[in-house]
Design a protein around this ligand. Structure first.
Ligand SMILES: Nc1nc2c(c(=O)[nH]1)N[C@H]1C(S)=C(S)[C@@H](COP(=O)(O)O)O[C@H]1N2
Ligand SMILES: [Mo]
Length: 350
C-alpha cells in the first residue's frame, strides 16, 4: 500500500541501486567491525548496524521488484531466491547476535554464523549483479537535477529512519535488560564464566593445538642486534602483568590478567624498525606496527596459572586493544624489521 503513494513510488532501478549501495556499506563496515578492537573503531560497528537497518527498510520495495522478476520467470531465478534467503538469514543472525537473545545455533555463536553466512552469499551476490546488471547510464537522463535532489532526500530519509530504528533498538535492549545491552562495542558477548580454563580454545581458521616439547622449544628473537635463541627458562623469570580483553571475532570476549615478558624487554627497536613479525610454531603469523611495541606482552601465564596447551603454551602474544586474531599462540619467533605493518594480508590466511 505504501508503495502506491507518489513520494514512496520508486523505480526498480532506484530500489536496486539503493540496495546495492547499502550492501556495499554493510560489507565494508562489516569487515571494519571484524578488524576493530579499540574504542575508536566503535563508529564502524554502529555504521554497520545502521546500514543493515537500511537494507531491512528496503525490503518492501525490493519485494515488489522480486515479485515482478519471479513472474517473468527468468533462468537462474532460484539462485536469486537462495540469495534472498541467505541475506535474510544473515540479517537474522546479526540481529539475534546483537540482541543476545540467542547465543548460539547448533554450537556456533550467532556472530560466527552471521559472518559465515555473509561470506557465503558473496559469490551468489556477485553472480546476481553480473547476470542482472543495473544500467547506470540511464541515470544521466534529462531530468537529472530533479532525480538527484529526490535521491538525496530519499537517501537522507532512509538513513535517518535507520538511525532512529538503531537508537530505539539499543534503548529497547537496555529497558528490557536483554543481554545485547551488555555486549561490547565490537558486538562480542562476555563469556558466562570468568575462569580462564573455561575460555574456548579458538583458532582463526583451522590451526590445531601443536604438541610442543618445552625443553626443546626455542624462541628466536631477531632485531638490529642480530639473532638470539631463548629457552623457556629465559622467560619464566618475568612477571609483568596486564589486565586486558581477548575479544574473538566469533563473538565472545574474556578479560583476564595475563603475565609474562614485555616484548620491549626482548627487542630493541632501531630507527629503521617499522614492524614486529610474530610467528607461531604452526606457521600462523602477524605483523604489528612498531608503535604497538610497548603494550605487547609474551604471556606465559593467565590468571596466575601456566598457560594451557590450547591457549598457546608455552608462550602467546597478548596484544591489548587488538582483536583475538592478533594474539598469536605458540610463538616461536619474533622479528623486528623494516617491513611496514600494512605489508601483510588484511587478515591472517592460515
Ligand atoms: N597460532 C595461532 N594463534 C592464534 C590463532 C590461530 O589460529 N593460530 N587464532 C587467534 C584467534 S582468532 C583468537 S580469538 C585467539 C583465541 O585464543 P584462545 O584459543 O586462547 O581463546 O587466538 C589467536 N591466536
Ligand atoms: Mo578469533
Amino acid at each position: 500500500m505504501a508503495a502506491q503513494q507518489p513520494v514512496l513510488r520508486v523505480t526498480a532501478r532506484a530500489t536496486n541501486l539503493s540496495l546495492l549501495a547499502a550492501l556495499l556499506v554493510v560489507f565494508a563496515t562489516g569487515v571494519g567491525a571484524v578488524a576493530t578492537g579499540s574504542e575508536r573503531g566503535r563508529w564502524v560497528v554502529i555504521a554497520h548496524g545502521v546500514a543493515a537497518l537500511v537494507v531491512i527498510a528496503l525490503i518492501p520495495w525490493k519485494s515488489v521488484v522480486v515479485r515482478r522478476g519471479l513472474r517473468r520467470g527468468r533462468p537462474g531465478r532460484w539462485a536469486s531466491v537462495l540469495l534472498a534467503v541467505l541475506v535474510a538469514a544473515t540479517l537474522a543472525a546479526g540481529l539475534v547476535s546483537a540482541t543476545g537473545l540467542v547465543r548460539s545455533v547448533g554450537g556456533f555463536l550467532a556472530l560466527w554464523l552471521h559472518i559465515a553466512l555473509a561470506l557465503g552469499l558473496v559469490p551468489l551476490l556477485l553472480w546476481h549483479l553480473v547476470s542482472r546488471p543495473v544500467r547506470l547510464r540511464r541515470l544521466s537522463a534529462p531530468r537529472r537535477g530533479d532525480l538527484s535532489r529526490r535521491t538525496v532526500l530519499r537517501t537522507g530519509a532512509l538513513i535517518g529512519l535507520a538511525t532512529v530504528a538503531y537508537v530505539m533498538t539499543e534503548v529497547a535492549l537496555r529497558v528490557t535488560g536483554a543481554p545485547g545491552a551488555r555486549r561490547r562495542f565490537t558486538g562480542s558477548h562476555a563469556l558466562a564464566s570468568t575462569d580462564p580454563d573455561a575460555m574456548p580454545v579458538t583458532s582463526w581458521i583451522d590451526d590445531r593445538t601443536p604438541t610442543i616439547e618445552v625443553s626443546r622449544w626455542r624462541l628466536t628473537v631477531v632485531d638490529s642486534d642480530g639473532r638470539r635463541e631463548l629457552g623457556i627458562g629465559d622467560l619464566t623469570g618475568y612477571d609483568t602483568r596486564v589486565r586486558t580483553t581477548l575479544d574473538c571475532t566469533s563473538g565472545w570476549y574474556a578479560e583476564h590478567e595475563w603475565s609474562g615478558v614485555p616484548v620491549s624487554a626482548l627487542v630493541r627497536p632501531d630507527p629503521g624498525a617499522r614492524s614486529l613479525y610474530v610467528h607461531s610454531v604452526t606457521g600462523y603469523w602477524v605483523r604489528l606496527p612498531v608503535a604497538d611495541l610497548d603494550g605487547l606482552l609474551l604471556a606465559t601465564r593467565v590468571a596466575g596459572r601456566t598457560l594451557r596447551r590450547g591457549h598457546g603454551f608455552p608462550v602467546r602474544l597478548v596484544a591489548p586493544g587488538r582483536r583475538g586474531y592478533w594474539w598469536v599462540k605458540w610463538v616461536d619467533r619474533i622479528e623486528l624489521d623494516s617491513t611496514p605493518a600494512w605489508w601483510q594480508p588484511p587478515f591472517p590466511v592460515t
